[in-house]
Design a protein around this ligand. Structure first.
Ligand code: DGJ
Length: 420
Protein backbone atom coordinates (compact mmCIF):
# COMPACT_ATOMS: atom_id res chain seq x y z
CA UNK A 1 0.00 0.00 0.00
CA UNK A 2 1.31 3.45 -0.91
CA UNK A 3 1.22 6.65 1.13
CA UNK A 4 -2.31 7.78 2.01
CA UNK A 5 -1.93 10.97 -0.02
CA UNK A 6 -4.81 12.55 -1.89
CA UNK A 7 -3.61 14.43 -4.98
CA UNK A 8 -6.06 17.00 -6.29
CA UNK A 9 -6.78 17.84 -9.93
CA UNK A 10 -4.67 15.01 -11.38
CA UNK A 11 -5.70 11.61 -12.70
CA UNK A 12 -5.60 8.76 -10.21
CA UNK A 13 -4.71 5.29 -11.46
CA UNK A 14 -6.20 1.98 -10.32
CA UNK A 15 -4.54 -1.44 -9.82
CA UNK A 16 -4.31 -1.83 -13.61
CA UNK A 17 -2.79 1.60 -14.27
CA UNK A 18 -6.11 2.82 -15.75
CA UNK A 19 -7.59 6.16 -14.71
CA UNK A 20 -10.02 6.07 -11.83
CA UNK A 21 -13.13 6.74 -13.92
CA UNK A 22 -15.78 7.74 -11.35
CA UNK A 23 -17.28 11.20 -11.73
CA UNK A 24 -20.18 13.04 -10.13
CA UNK A 25 -19.10 10.64 -7.43
CA UNK A 26 -19.98 9.68 -3.86
CA UNK A 27 -18.10 7.82 -1.15
CA UNK A 28 -19.33 5.32 1.44
CA UNK A 29 -17.44 3.49 4.17
CA UNK A 30 -18.32 -0.13 4.78
CA UNK A 31 -16.39 -2.65 6.91
CA UNK A 32 -13.29 -0.40 7.18
CA UNK A 33 -13.13 0.07 3.40
CA UNK A 34 -14.00 3.12 1.34
CA UNK A 35 -16.15 2.67 -1.76
CA UNK A 36 -16.22 5.26 -4.51
CA UNK A 37 -19.13 5.22 -6.98
CA UNK A 38 -19.33 7.46 -10.00
CA UNK A 39 -20.09 8.00 -13.66
CA UNK A 40 -18.00 5.75 -15.89
CA UNK A 41 -17.30 8.23 -18.68
CA UNK A 42 -16.10 7.91 -22.27
CA UNK A 43 -13.60 10.11 -24.13
CA UNK A 44 -15.84 10.80 -27.10
CA UNK A 45 -19.60 10.60 -26.62
CA UNK A 46 -21.49 11.92 -23.62
CA UNK A 47 -23.68 8.95 -22.77
CA UNK A 48 -24.28 6.45 -20.00
CA UNK A 49 -22.05 3.37 -20.19
CA UNK A 50 -22.37 2.35 -16.54
CA UNK A 51 -21.62 3.48 -13.01
CA UNK A 52 -18.27 2.36 -11.61
CA UNK A 53 -17.28 1.12 -8.17
CA UNK A 54 -13.74 1.42 -6.73
CA UNK A 55 -12.56 0.45 -3.26
CA UNK A 56 -9.68 1.67 -1.13
CA UNK A 57 -8.22 1.20 2.34
CA UNK A 58 -6.55 4.60 2.42
CA UNK A 59 -8.39 6.90 -0.04
CA UNK A 60 -5.23 6.91 -2.17
CA UNK A 61 -4.82 3.43 -3.71
CA UNK A 62 -7.95 2.57 -5.69
CA UNK A 63 -9.04 -0.89 -6.76
CA UNK A 64 -11.51 -1.14 -9.66
CA UNK A 65 -14.30 -3.45 -8.49
CA UNK A 66 -16.18 -3.19 -11.80
CA UNK A 67 -19.43 -1.61 -12.86
CA UNK A 68 -21.92 -1.27 -10.01
CA UNK A 69 -24.70 -0.65 -12.52
CA UNK A 70 -24.44 -1.94 -16.07
CA UNK A 71 -25.88 -0.26 -19.16
CA UNK A 72 -29.50 -1.44 -19.50
CA UNK A 73 -31.01 -2.96 -22.65
CA UNK A 74 -33.87 -0.47 -22.58
CA UNK A 75 -35.57 2.14 -20.44
CA UNK A 76 -34.26 5.15 -18.54
CA UNK A 77 -30.64 3.91 -18.65
CA UNK A 78 -30.88 2.06 -21.96
CA UNK A 79 -28.81 2.76 -25.11
CA UNK A 80 -28.13 6.41 -25.92
CA UNK A 81 -29.23 7.75 -22.56
CA UNK A 82 -27.56 9.90 -19.92
CA UNK A 83 -26.82 8.53 -16.43
CA UNK A 84 -25.23 10.91 -13.95
CA UNK A 85 -24.38 11.52 -10.27
CA UNK A 86 -24.97 8.04 -8.77
CA UNK A 87 -25.43 8.39 -5.01
CA UNK A 88 -25.29 5.40 -2.70
CA UNK A 89 -27.29 4.90 0.48
CA UNK A 90 -27.04 2.04 2.97
CA UNK A 91 -30.40 1.27 4.51
CA UNK A 92 -29.76 -0.15 7.97
CA UNK A 93 -33.40 -1.26 8.39
CA UNK A 94 -33.63 -3.40 5.24
CA UNK A 95 -29.91 -4.13 4.82
CA UNK A 96 -30.21 -3.00 1.16
CA UNK A 97 -27.90 -0.65 -0.68
CA UNK A 98 -29.92 1.87 -2.64
CA UNK A 99 -28.50 3.89 -5.53
CA UNK A 100 -30.24 7.02 -6.79
CA UNK A 101 -29.15 8.77 -9.97
CA UNK A 102 -30.08 11.24 -12.71
CA UNK A 103 -31.30 9.63 -15.95
CA UNK A 104 -31.99 11.60 -19.13
CA UNK A 105 -31.96 11.61 -22.92
CA UNK A 106 -28.85 12.76 -24.77
CA UNK A 107 -30.19 16.32 -25.05
CA UNK A 108 -31.05 16.50 -21.34
CA UNK A 109 -34.76 16.96 -22.25
CA UNK A 110 -36.13 13.90 -20.41
CA UNK A 111 -34.77 14.14 -16.86
CA UNK A 112 -35.85 11.62 -14.25
CA UNK A 113 -34.43 10.34 -10.97
CA UNK A 114 -33.86 6.57 -11.04
CA UNK A 115 -33.44 3.88 -8.36
CA UNK A 116 -31.25 0.75 -8.30
CA UNK A 117 -30.70 -1.73 -5.47
CA UNK A 118 -28.30 -4.43 -4.36
CA UNK A 119 -27.81 -6.47 -1.19
CA UNK A 120 -24.05 -5.93 -1.11
CA UNK A 121 -22.01 -2.79 -1.59
CA UNK A 122 -19.70 -4.23 -4.24
CA UNK A 123 -22.32 -6.30 -6.03
CA UNK A 124 -24.10 -5.67 -9.33
CA UNK A 125 -27.05 -3.37 -8.80
CA UNK A 126 -30.45 -3.99 -10.31
CA UNK A 127 -32.19 -1.03 -11.90
CA UNK A 128 -35.71 -0.61 -10.48
CA UNK A 129 -37.08 2.33 -12.52
CA UNK A 130 -38.03 5.89 -11.63
CA UNK A 131 -38.13 7.23 -8.10
CA UNK A 132 -41.77 8.03 -7.35
CA UNK A 133 -43.37 10.82 -5.31
CA UNK A 134 -47.18 10.60 -4.93
CA UNK A 135 -47.08 7.84 -7.56
CA UNK A 136 -45.34 10.07 -10.16
CA UNK A 137 -41.69 9.94 -11.31
CA UNK A 138 -39.50 12.74 -9.96
CA UNK A 139 -38.58 14.37 -13.26
CA UNK A 140 -35.50 16.41 -12.31
CA UNK A 141 -31.80 16.36 -13.20
CA UNK A 142 -28.83 17.22 -10.92
CA UNK A 143 -29.27 15.43 -7.63
CA UNK A 144 -27.55 14.40 -4.45
CA UNK A 145 -28.43 12.55 -1.26
CA UNK A 146 -28.00 13.14 2.45
CA UNK A 147 -28.52 10.78 5.40
CA UNK A 148 -29.20 12.37 8.78
CA UNK A 149 -27.88 11.01 12.08
CA UNK A 150 -31.18 9.18 12.73
CA UNK A 151 -30.98 7.35 9.37
CA UNK A 152 -33.57 9.53 7.59
CA UNK A 153 -32.48 9.99 3.99
CA UNK A 154 -33.14 12.91 1.66
CA UNK A 155 -33.01 13.51 -2.07
CA UNK A 156 -31.49 16.88 -2.99
CA UNK A 157 -32.32 18.48 -6.33
CA UNK A 158 -31.09 21.29 -8.56
CA UNK A 159 -32.78 24.65 -7.82
CA UNK A 160 -33.00 23.52 -4.20
CA UNK A 161 -35.94 21.16 -3.77
CA UNK A 162 -35.44 18.55 -1.03
CA UNK A 163 -37.50 15.37 -0.56
CA UNK A 164 -37.54 13.02 2.40
CA UNK A 165 -37.32 9.36 1.37
CA UNK A 166 -39.43 6.49 2.72
CA UNK A 167 -37.93 4.29 5.45
CA UNK A 168 -36.75 1.81 2.77
CA UNK A 169 -35.30 4.73 0.69
CA UNK A 170 -37.16 3.49 -2.39
CA UNK A 171 -39.68 6.33 -2.81
CA UNK A 172 -39.94 10.02 -1.94
CA UNK A 173 -42.60 10.72 0.68
CA UNK A 174 -42.39 14.39 1.65
CA UNK A 175 -41.22 17.58 -0.04
CA UNK A 176 -39.40 19.26 2.81
CA UNK A 177 -38.01 22.32 1.00
CA UNK A 178 -38.68 24.04 -2.30
CA UNK A 179 -36.55 26.26 -4.59
CA UNK A 180 -34.10 27.26 -1.90
CA UNK A 181 -31.40 27.79 -4.57
CA UNK A 182 -32.87 29.05 -7.87
CA UNK A 183 -30.36 28.35 -10.66
CA UNK A 184 -28.40 25.97 -8.43
CA UNK A 185 -27.04 22.62 -9.67
CA UNK A 186 -25.15 19.64 -8.22
CA UNK A 187 -26.43 19.79 -4.60
CA UNK A 188 -24.32 18.31 -1.78
CA UNK A 189 -25.30 18.34 1.89
CA UNK A 190 -23.70 17.64 5.25
CA UNK A 191 -24.52 18.17 8.88
CA UNK A 192 -22.15 19.63 11.44
CA UNK A 193 -23.46 19.59 15.00
CA UNK A 194 -26.82 21.43 14.92
CA UNK A 195 -26.39 22.98 11.46
CA UNK A 196 -27.22 21.60 8.03
CA UNK A 197 -25.16 22.89 5.12
CA UNK A 198 -26.09 22.51 1.45
CA UNK A 199 -23.79 23.44 -1.45
CA UNK A 200 -24.72 24.24 -5.05
CA UNK A 201 -22.93 25.17 -8.25
CA UNK A 202 -24.28 27.67 -10.75
CA UNK A 203 -25.46 26.51 -14.18
CA UNK A 204 -22.46 26.65 -16.50
CA UNK A 205 -22.55 23.15 -18.03
CA UNK A 206 -19.12 21.47 -17.55
CA UNK A 207 -17.45 24.83 -16.84
CA UNK A 208 -16.50 25.56 -13.26
CA UNK A 209 -17.93 28.48 -11.31
CA UNK A 210 -17.89 29.89 -7.78
CA UNK A 211 -20.09 27.44 -5.84
CA UNK A 212 -22.03 28.63 -2.78
CA UNK A 213 -23.85 27.26 0.25
CA UNK A 214 -26.86 27.71 2.50
CA UNK A 215 -27.30 26.86 6.15
CA UNK A 216 -30.31 25.84 8.27
CA UNK A 217 -31.06 24.47 11.72
CA UNK A 218 -33.86 22.35 10.26
CA UNK A 219 -33.95 20.69 6.83
CA UNK A 220 -37.44 22.21 6.35
CA UNK A 221 -35.78 25.63 6.62
CA UNK A 222 -35.55 28.53 6.80
CA UNK A 223 -32.40 28.21 4.66
CA UNK A 224 -30.00 31.15 4.69
CA UNK A 225 -27.68 31.83 1.73
CA UNK A 226 -24.16 32.23 3.13
CA UNK A 227 -22.31 32.96 -0.12
CA UNK A 228 -19.13 31.28 -1.31
CA UNK A 229 -17.09 28.68 0.56
CA UNK A 230 -13.92 29.06 -1.56
CA UNK A 231 -12.10 32.27 -2.47
CA UNK A 232 -14.03 34.32 -5.04
CA UNK A 233 -12.75 33.85 -8.57
CA UNK A 234 -11.04 30.52 -7.81
CA UNK A 235 -14.10 28.84 -9.40
CA UNK A 236 -14.26 26.57 -6.34
CA UNK A 237 -10.59 25.73 -6.91
CA UNK A 238 -11.59 24.75 -10.44
CA UNK A 239 -14.23 22.22 -9.44
CA UNK A 240 -17.97 21.57 -9.08
CA UNK A 241 -19.36 20.22 -5.82
CA UNK A 242 -20.67 16.67 -5.95
CA UNK A 243 -20.71 15.18 -2.45
CA UNK A 244 -19.57 15.76 1.10
CA UNK A 245 -18.18 12.74 2.92
CA UNK A 246 -17.98 12.87 6.70
CA UNK A 247 -14.59 11.43 7.53
CA UNK A 248 -13.79 10.12 10.99
CA UNK A 249 -10.19 10.95 11.86
CA UNK A 250 -8.48 11.31 15.21
CA UNK A 251 -11.84 11.06 17.03
CA UNK A 252 -13.28 13.97 15.03
CA UNK A 253 -15.82 14.18 12.22
CA UNK A 254 -14.35 16.14 9.35
CA UNK A 255 -16.51 17.00 6.34
CA UNK A 256 -14.61 16.38 3.12
CA UNK A 257 -15.64 18.29 0.01
CA UNK A 258 -15.65 16.14 -3.16
CA UNK A 259 -15.83 18.01 -6.44
CA UNK A 260 -15.38 17.36 -10.16
CA UNK A 261 -12.86 19.02 -12.42
CA UNK A 262 -14.62 18.10 -15.65
CA UNK A 263 -12.74 17.77 -18.92
CA UNK A 264 -15.15 17.69 -21.81
CA UNK A 265 -14.95 15.70 -24.10
CA UNK A 266 -12.13 13.53 -22.65
CA UNK A 267 -13.87 12.90 -19.34
CA UNK A 268 -12.67 9.28 -18.98
CA UNK A 269 -8.98 10.12 -19.34
CA UNK A 270 -8.71 13.65 -18.07
CA UNK A 271 -11.54 14.67 -15.71
CA UNK A 272 -10.21 14.69 -12.17
CA UNK A 273 -11.30 15.07 -8.57
CA UNK A 274 -10.78 17.84 -6.04
CA UNK A 275 -11.17 16.64 -2.44
CA UNK A 276 -10.54 19.02 0.43
CA UNK A 277 -11.45 19.21 4.13
CA UNK A 278 -14.11 21.80 5.00
CA UNK A 279 -13.63 24.09 7.98
CA UNK A 280 -16.86 24.75 9.88
CA UNK A 281 -17.22 27.62 12.34
CA UNK A 282 -20.78 27.92 13.67
CA UNK A 283 -23.03 28.71 10.71
CA UNK A 284 -20.13 29.31 8.32
CA UNK A 285 -18.17 26.81 6.30
CA UNK A 286 -15.16 27.36 4.09
CA UNK A 287 -12.23 25.74 2.33
CA UNK A 288 -9.57 28.34 3.13
CA UNK A 289 -6.85 27.09 0.80
CA UNK A 290 -6.18 24.62 -1.99
CA UNK A 291 -4.01 21.72 -0.96
CA UNK A 292 -2.48 20.09 -4.08
CA UNK A 293 -1.73 17.02 -1.97
CA UNK A 294 -2.79 16.07 1.55
CA UNK A 295 -2.48 13.22 3.99
CA UNK A 296 -5.80 11.49 4.68
CA UNK A 297 -4.61 10.22 8.11
CA UNK A 298 -3.59 13.54 9.61
CA UNK A 299 -5.80 15.70 7.32
CA UNK A 300 -2.91 18.03 6.66
CA UNK A 301 -1.14 19.58 3.73
CA UNK A 302 1.87 17.56 2.50
CA UNK A 303 5.10 18.86 1.11
CA UNK A 304 6.24 16.22 -1.36
CA UNK A 305 10.04 16.23 -0.99
CA UNK A 306 12.06 14.28 -3.59
CA UNK A 307 14.46 15.51 -6.25
CA UNK A 308 13.21 18.65 -7.97
CA UNK A 309 14.38 19.63 -11.46
CA UNK A 310 13.39 22.26 -13.98
CA UNK A 311 11.44 21.09 -17.05
CA UNK A 312 10.55 24.27 -18.90
CA UNK A 313 8.43 23.72 -21.99
CA UNK A 314 5.71 25.58 -23.82
CA UNK A 315 4.19 24.68 -27.17
CA UNK A 316 0.86 24.61 -28.99
CA UNK A 317 2.18 22.62 -31.97
CA UNK A 318 0.64 19.20 -32.43
CA UNK A 319 3.31 16.49 -32.06
CA UNK A 320 5.91 18.70 -30.41
CA UNK A 321 7.26 17.00 -27.30
CA UNK A 322 9.72 17.12 -24.43
CA UNK A 323 11.40 14.12 -22.80
CA UNK A 324 12.84 13.70 -19.34
CA UNK A 325 14.91 10.76 -18.10
CA UNK A 326 14.70 9.88 -14.46
CA UNK A 327 15.93 7.36 -11.97
CA UNK A 328 13.39 6.60 -9.29
CA UNK A 329 9.94 5.13 -8.86
CA UNK A 330 7.56 8.02 -9.48
CA UNK A 331 7.50 11.33 -11.33
CA UNK A 332 5.36 14.37 -10.60
CA UNK A 333 4.96 17.13 -13.20
CA UNK A 334 4.08 20.78 -12.56
CA UNK A 335 2.58 23.00 -15.24
CA UNK A 336 0.11 25.78 -15.94
CA UNK A 337 -3.47 25.39 -17.08
CA UNK A 338 -5.34 28.30 -18.65
CA UNK A 339 -7.98 29.14 -21.26
CA UNK A 340 -5.49 28.85 -24.17
CA UNK A 341 -4.40 25.30 -23.40
CA UNK A 342 -5.20 21.82 -24.61
CA UNK A 343 -4.51 18.15 -24.01
CA UNK A 344 -1.08 16.54 -23.70
CA UNK A 345 -0.17 12.86 -24.02
CA UNK A 346 2.06 11.58 -21.23
CA UNK A 347 4.06 8.39 -21.87
CA UNK A 348 6.49 6.55 -19.63
CA UNK A 349 9.06 4.20 -21.16
CA UNK A 350 11.13 1.63 -19.32
CA UNK A 351 14.84 0.97 -20.00
CA UNK A 352 14.05 -1.34 -22.90
CA UNK A 353 12.06 1.42 -24.58
CA UNK A 354 8.68 -0.17 -23.91
CA UNK A 355 5.77 2.14 -23.06
CA UNK A 356 4.65 1.14 -19.58
CA UNK A 357 2.16 3.88 -18.87
CA UNK A 358 0.11 6.45 -20.80
CA UNK A 359 -2.15 9.27 -19.69
CA UNK A 360 -3.91 12.27 -21.21
CA UNK A 361 -3.68 15.50 -19.23
CA UNK A 362 -5.93 18.51 -19.74
CA UNK A 363 -4.15 21.87 -19.47
CA UNK A 364 -7.37 23.86 -19.88
CA UNK A 365 -8.87 25.97 -17.10
CA UNK A 366 -10.84 29.19 -17.36
CA UNK A 367 -8.77 30.77 -14.60
CA UNK A 368 -5.05 30.17 -14.83
CA UNK A 369 -3.54 27.74 -12.33
CA UNK A 370 0.09 26.68 -11.89
CA UNK A 371 0.16 23.39 -10.05
CA UNK A 372 0.67 19.63 -10.15
CA UNK A 373 -0.68 18.32 -13.47
CA UNK A 374 0.46 14.70 -13.39
CA UNK A 375 1.45 12.13 -10.79
CA UNK A 376 2.66 8.85 -12.28
CA UNK A 377 1.82 5.47 -10.79
CA UNK A 378 4.61 4.05 -8.59
CA UNK A 379 7.01 1.76 -10.47
CA UNK A 380 9.86 -0.46 -9.22
CA UNK A 381 12.91 1.80 -8.67
CA UNK A 382 14.81 2.13 -11.96
CA UNK A 383 15.57 4.22 -15.03
CA UNK A 384 12.64 5.57 -17.01
CA UNK A 385 11.86 8.16 -19.61
CA UNK A 386 8.85 10.48 -19.49
CA UNK A 387 7.66 11.97 -22.77
CA UNK A 388 5.08 14.74 -22.88
CA UNK A 389 3.56 15.54 -26.27
CA UNK A 390 1.21 18.31 -27.42
CA UNK A 391 -1.86 16.65 -28.95
CA UNK A 392 -3.20 19.68 -30.81
CA UNK A 393 -6.64 18.99 -29.35
CA UNK A 394 -8.56 20.86 -26.68
CA UNK A 395 -11.78 20.87 -24.72
CA UNK A 396 -14.60 22.81 -26.39
CA UNK A 397 -18.30 22.32 -25.73
CA UNK A 398 -21.66 24.02 -26.09
CA UNK A 399 -24.56 24.57 -23.71
CA UNK A 400 -28.18 23.73 -24.67
CA UNK A 401 -28.67 27.38 -25.69
CA UNK A 402 -25.60 27.31 -27.97
CA UNK A 403 -23.20 29.13 -25.62
CA UNK A 404 -19.61 28.08 -26.40
CA UNK A 405 -17.26 27.04 -23.60
CA UNK A 406 -13.68 25.84 -23.39
CA UNK A 407 -10.24 26.56 -24.74
CA UNK A 408 -9.21 28.74 -27.70
CA UNK A 409 -5.76 27.15 -28.33
CA UNK A 410 -3.65 24.02 -27.71
CA UNK A 411 -0.86 25.12 -25.37
CA UNK A 412 0.95 22.80 -23.00
CA UNK A 413 3.05 24.65 -20.42
CA UNK A 414 5.41 22.89 -18.02
CA UNK A 415 7.71 24.18 -15.31
CA UNK A 416 9.35 21.42 -13.30
CA UNK A 417 9.29 17.83 -12.13
CA UNK A 418 9.81 16.02 -8.86
CA UNK A 419 11.24 12.50 -8.85
CA UNK A 420 10.58 10.20 -5.92
C1 DGJ B 1 -24.06 20.39 -15.27
C2 DGJ B 1 -24.34 19.24 -14.37
O1 DGJ B 1 -23.99 19.59 -13.07
C3 DGJ B 1 -23.55 18.01 -14.82
O2 DGJ B 1 -23.84 16.93 -13.99
C4 DGJ B 1 -23.89 17.72 -16.25
O3 DGJ B 1 -25.23 17.34 -16.34
C5 DGJ B 1 -23.63 18.92 -17.12
N1 DGJ B 1 -24.38 20.05 -16.62
C6 DGJ B 1 -24.00 18.67 -18.56
O4 DGJ B 1 -23.82 19.84 -19.30
Amino acid sequence: MGKPYIYNGVSWFDQNGDTVNAHGACLLKEDEKYYLFGEYKTDDVNKYIGFSCYSSDNLADWYFEGLALQPQNEGLLGPNRIGERPKMLKNHKTGMFVMLMHTDDLKYMDPCIGVATCDSIDGTFEFQGPLLFNGEPVRRWDMGTFVDEDGTAYLLLHEGDIYRLSDDYLTAVEKVAEKIAPGGESPAMFRHEENYFIMFSNKTSWERNDNYYLVAKDIHGPWKNQGLFCPEGSLTYNSQCSFVFTFEANGKNVPIYMGDRWSFPRQASSATQVWLPITVVGEKCLIPEFWPVWDSRSISNVSIGGLEESLEFQSNLSGESVSYQFNGSQVIVFGTSDCHSGYADFLIYDESGEVIHTAVVDFYSLVSDSNIRYVSPTFPAGNYMLKIMVTGTNGVWFKKDGTKFGSDDFYVTLQRVIVL
